[in-house]
Design a protein around this ligand. Structure first.
Ligand SMILES: NC(=O)c1ccc[n+]([C@@H]2O[C@H](COP(=O)([O-])OP(=O)(O)OC[C@H]3O[C@@H](n4cnc5c(N)ncnc54)[C@H](OP(=O)(O)O)[C@@H]3O)[C@@H](O)[C@H]2O)c1
Length: 259
């Protein structure tokens, strides 16, 4: 067997269908590009049509298969509509990546019920509902990969963690609950844990060069994360090679969490 064939057997996503929420920006865009280039057909879910269209256009030009689903994951009806429209694009997914997320950062004492509800809806309830929609069918088919994107704040308080950290802690527990339920049926459920990555999500923090440099210094690698740092880990978790990895939190953070 050639090296190419061996690697393809382990990691190729040819013929698989993926749904990536938040796949039009930042870390999700990096993951969308990686899954699509590894062979998956990717339905990308987010609100902003222009960013979705640009993502699909660029991937199609690169010879990949991608489709745009503009939907708001902050409401349960929005999540349900997104799921059905994603299925309409390429069929039932083999891979679900929950990357859409928001981080509202009011100081804890000023956090409103609306901040709490919106954060939980997008960061935790949407991944739960999408898991309920797709997970049991993956289990019936005997193969599935669910990947959630969490945060350092699932593990420690950090820069006004507020409701965000709570939602990400819940998401890590959701991965374990899903792993417990479906791993026997070939469906693995894991989380990727970023460190600090310069994306629109943390535009305010990114505008402060001293803070950005201090955060880079806290890593072991010596720099902050980039969207393409998640490519290898995402393809691995989505691939057949990761069939015995489940219920895990995999830190892709340049050593930030252990420094
Ligand atoms: N950047 C970091 O340092 C960092 C660190 C730890 C964890 N994370 C996590 O990584 C994930 C991606 O973050 P990022 O930094 O890449 O952020 P980003 O560039 O702001 O991307 C967020 C994505 O989620 C989508 N989204 C947000 N609200 C949505 C909604 N209500 N309905 C549908 N889609 C929605 C956005 O598209 P629209 O706005 O068009 O809807 C966008 O595609 C998040 O879960 C975040 O918590 C990021």
């Amino acid at each position: 067997m050639s090296t190419h064939d061996y690697l393809a057997e382990l990691f190729s996503l040819d013929g698989l269908v993926a749904v990536v929420t938040g796949g039009s920006s930042g870390i999700g865009r990096g993951i969308t590009d990686a899954l699509a280039r590894a062979g998956a057909s990717v339905a990308v879910v987010a609100r902003t049509r222009s960013a979705l269209d640009a993502t699909v256009r660029e991937l199609t030009a690169a010879g990949c298969r991608a489709a745009a689903v503009d939907a708001d994951l902050a409401t349960r009806d929005g999540v349900r509509a997104a799921a059905e429209r994603a299925v309409a694009a390429f069929g039932e997914p083999d891979i679900l990546v929950n990357c859409a997320g928001i981080n509202l950062r009011p100081p804890m004492g000023e956090l409103t019920e609306q901040d709490w509800d919106t954060t939980m809806a997008v960061n935790l309830t949407a991944p739960y509902l999408l898991g309920q929609r797709f997970g049991p069918r993956m289990a019936e088919r005997g193969f599935g990969r669910i990947i959630h994107i969490t945060s350092q704040q699932a593990h420690r308080a950090f820069v006004d963690s507020g409701a965000y950290g709570v939602s990400k802690g819940g998401l890590e527990s959701l991965a374990r609950s899903q792993a417990e339920a479906w791993s026997r049926h070939g469906v693995t459920c894991n989380t990727l844990v970023p460190g600090f990555v310069l994306t629109p999500l943390n535009a305010r923090l990114s505008a402060d060069p001293e803070r950005v440099a201090a955060l880079a210094e806290r890593t072991m690698v010596g720099r902050n994360g980039r969207a393409d740092d998640f490519a290898g880990a995402a393809v691995f978790l989505a691939s057949r090679a990761a069939g015995y990895v489940t219920g895990q939190s995999i830190f892709v953070d340049g050593g930030f969490s252990v420094h």
